[in-house]
Design a protein around this ligand. Structure first.
Ligand SMILES: Nc1ncnc2c1ncn2[C@@H]1O[C@H](COP(=O)(O)OP(=O)(O)O)[C@@H](O)[C@H]1O
Ligand SMILES: Nc1ccn([C@H]2C[C@H](O)[C@@H](COP(=O)(O)OP(=O)(O)O)O2)c(=O)n1
Length: 235
């Protein structure tokens, strides 16, 4: 009789989901991870947390040298349960403040600084390495730089109008009335994120592009779950 060894452990499934703002990365990634029992990591939240710390500590976010010097200071911790993702900075809950307009306006400048990126990429790789079943990681450079060996890479797109309308739907008060301003702010952030030198927003050569303009969120989730299941079946 063959000796009983430890149970076979399947290779963890690593899913990279990249794309510009408002394409549905966060909603899709959380839902896919929850459906398949995978962990979930929002890397944009980490760049926002770094930016919030810089703004709260009087760092000039437009001074790349100052940002680089401070990049090692905040302790950023992400909770990876897709049904209740968390983010703390130096032990304080940062989930609310990282979504402020001030942080949104400053995050592209902070995330262009190589010292910020190397610090956060290290956290992202370590989260992926410790996910025993697998993880869905969303951002801008996950397929190209952070996890180039991911099991599946998705690049989400949607028209500029659809993305602005979706983002605008989340705003309250006078800001919600100004769809043109929302679209202009998105375009500005896209240009900065795609144009920076270090690890810009880009589709990996082996990523599958999914245009979500005409799809419901449920259709996008279903599409990605199917692609993951196909990858799993092929292994
Ligand atoms: N396919 C879709 N159709 C309509 N609305 C969507 C779709 N995907 C996402 N949304 C909505 O658009 C907004 C932005 O989605 P989000 O997942 O935060 O995008 P991203 O992470 O790419 O910025 C959210 O309010 C979300 O509910
Ligand atoms: N992997 C990543 C993720 C986000 N960033 C930067 C660039 C983005 O404009 C900001 C914020 O990302 P986030 O995903 O929270 O942005 P939105 O949800 O689209 O508003 O962080 C990045 O440089 N690299």
């Amino acid at each position: 009789m063959p000796e009983e060894g430890p149970p076979a452990v399947e290779n963890p499934v690593i899913v990279a989901i990249d794309g510009p703002s408002g394409t549905g990365k966060s909603s899709t990634s959380k839902a896919v991870a929850a459906k398949l029992g995978l962990s979930y990591l929002d890397t944009g939240a980490q760049y926002r947390a770094m930016t919030w710390w810089m703004l709260s500590n009087g760092i000039d976010v437009n001074d790349a040298t100052e940002v680089a010097t401070a990049a090692g200071k905040p302790a950023i911790v992400s909770g990876t349960d897709p049904s209740a993702p968390t983010i703390t900075v130096d032990g304080a809950d940062a989930a609310g403040p990282i979504r402020s307009q001030e942080v949104t306006a400053a995050v592209s400048a902070v995330s262009a600084v190589p010292e910020v990126r190397s610090r956060l990429v290290e956290l992202q790789r370590s989260a992926a390495a410790s996910a025993s079943v697998g993880i869905v990681v969303e951002g801008r450079d996950i397929g190209t730089t952070v996890l180039p060996d991911a099991t599946l890479k998705i690049f989400l797109t949607a028209s500029a109008e659809a993305r602005a309308a979706r983002r605008n739907g989340e705003l309250t008060g006078p800001a919600a009335a100004d769809l043109a301003a929302t679209q202009a702010a998105l375009a500005k952030r896209d240009a900065a994120d795609s144009g920076r030198k270090t690890s810009p927003l880009a589709k990996a050569d082996d990523a599958i592009e999914v245009d979500t303009t005409e799809l419901t969120l449920d259709q996008v989730i279903e599409c990605i779950v199917t692609l993951i299941e196909e990858k799993r079946a092929a292994r």
